[in-house]
Design a protein around this ligand. Structure first.
Ligand code: NAD
Length: 422
């Protein structure tokens, strides 16, 4: 099928590359020329395992990128994958969605085939029918040949290609059967459950899924903080909890909280949406509150050991919001670095991929090319990301002034490391 993907970021690029791998003819449309050029030169603008191989196989063949929308007219399906960042008030910023919908609609003005517009971006319930549909209808001057669908994405950064190709489920919400059928046919080569729903339910499934996962993490962290006061290991406790099939063992890892471009903003957007609808999302508010407080717990532990941090050399190992990515959006290392700087510590950092991105946020931090370099003469070390290479560190900590090691993620294999909540 000929498919146009609007927005070539994490979701759009992975979707485009994977659908090209499945044999579709894909055009990625992005307003960012740099991204467009990178995709066309088979150089991934983001790091994702397996992505470069896909681009090398398909770029310039059945996967191309550009910044004009003319391919929409030539496609059967447009998939909108632009960002929906957080507004200051916590709501979702739908500016990129509206602009993308206008551009797609204009292209469909003089068009007489059947074309489906599917929203893959995470959007508040009601957005596809309440905002995208009327925007496209207006821009296309009420072209009746357009169908609408909502197809939320559940991939995880770091393992995005694997997740896209082997999803737990594919959710397709549509206004009518014809539009849903067309989107479903795109996934005919996938061996997974396809769930057909109403369009607003599809939008809500995505928010409810992310909110539930975020809740599991905040719950585990709260239990972890209690376990620490008891001197017991929260991982032993949650290991026992997770054996209950009603709970499942996944996403019960206590630590310094969740970050990234999705969980914090999606929970915030759902809270905002719930309030607009006149409900009181007490649980979701608590999930975010626990998550805001949790990274500061590690700084408190550090201060208990060191007293004032003024002039102390503190090493932060891990800056990305999780392993296997260079993405620092809402990383839990951010509030920790903020607190260390506010306490006048000298902050030395190392991350295998995210040094550059964090340096842009905090020019004052001192970046190192290895954990060993970052640890030299350090007064204390905080581990903030579960990079596998950290599990092999041990003698490197000997170069610190003294081995004060506190981990916010359970990754180290040294007996003298203290856990944030274990
Ligand atoms: P992103 O910021 O990485 O990419 C968005 C892209 O859209 C950018 O490249 C931007 O240049 C482009 N863009 C913006 N306006 C445009 C326009 N009018 N026309 C064409 N291109 C335009 O965002 P992302 O992480 O890919 O997220 C996209 C959506 O998918 C969001 O709603 C997000 O919540 C959701 N989502 C993200 C993930 C994830 O792990 N990143 C997972 C599931 C769902």
């Amino acid at each position: 099928m000929k498919i146009s993907i609007v927005g070539g970021g994490y979701v759009g690029l992975i979707t485009g590359a994977c659908l090209a791998e499945m044999g579709h003819e894909v055009k990625i449309i992005d307003v960012d020329e740099k991204k467009v050029n990178a995709i066309n030169s088979a150089k991934p603008p983001i790091y994702e395992k397996g992505l470069e191989d896909l681009l090398i196989r398909h770029s310039g063949k059945n996967l191309t990128a550009g910044s004009d929308f003319s391919s929409v007219r030539d496609s059967e399906l447009s998939i909108i994958c632009v960002g929906t960042p957080q507004n200051k008030d916590g709501s979702a910023d739908l500016g990129y969605i509206i602009s993308a919908a206008e551009s797609v609609g204009k292209e469909l003005k003089i068009f007489d085939g059947y074309h489906v517009v599917a929203v893959k971006s995470t959007v508040p319930p009601g957005t596809t029918t309440g905002i995208v549909l009327p925007t496209i209808m207006k821009a296309s001057e009420n072209n009746s040949c357009i169908g609408f669908a909502m197809n939320p994405e559940f991939l995880r950064e770091g393992i995005a290609v694997g997740d896209f190709m082997n999803p737990d489920r594919i959710v397709i919400g549509s206004v009518d059967k014809r539009a849903g059928d067309l989107v479903e046919s795109v996934y005919s080569g996938f061996n997974t459950k396809i769930l057909r729903t109403g369009i607003v339910s599809a939008e809500m499934i995505k928010y409810a899924s992310n909110s539930f996962l975020a809740t599991k993490i905040s719950f585990s962290n709260e239990i972890g903080n209690i376990c620490k006061t008891l001197g017991i290991d929260v991982y032993e406790v949650m290991g026992g909890v997770g054996l209950d099939h009603r709970i499942s063992p996944y996403f019960l890892n206590a630590g310094c909280g969740f970050g990234g471009s999705c969980f914090p903003k999606d929970v915030s957007a759902l809270i905002h949406f719930a309030r607009l609808k006149g409900t009181d999302p007490v649980l979701l508010e608590s999930v975010l509150k626990v998550n805001q407080m949790q990274p500061l717990v590690i700084v408190d532990i550090l201060k208990k050991h060191l007293g004032s941090l003024e002039g102390k050399r503190i090493t932060v190992l891990g800056l990305a919001f999780k392993g296997d990515t260079d993405d620092v959006r809402d990383s839990r290392a951010i509030p920790v670095i903020e607190a260390l700087i506010a306490d006048k510590a000298e902050v030395h950092v190392y991350d295998p991929m995210a040094n550059k991105n964090m340096k842009e946020l905090f020019p004052v931090i001192i970046c190192h090319e290895s954990a060993e370099d970052a640890l030299k003469d350090s007064d204390g070390c905080l581990v903030m990301t579960e990079w596998p290479e950290f599990s092999r560190l041990n003698k490197e900590f000997d170069t610190m002034k003294n081995r004060l090691i506190i981990e916010g993620r359970r990754i180290l294999n040294v007996p003298d490391a203290e856990g944030i909540c274990w």
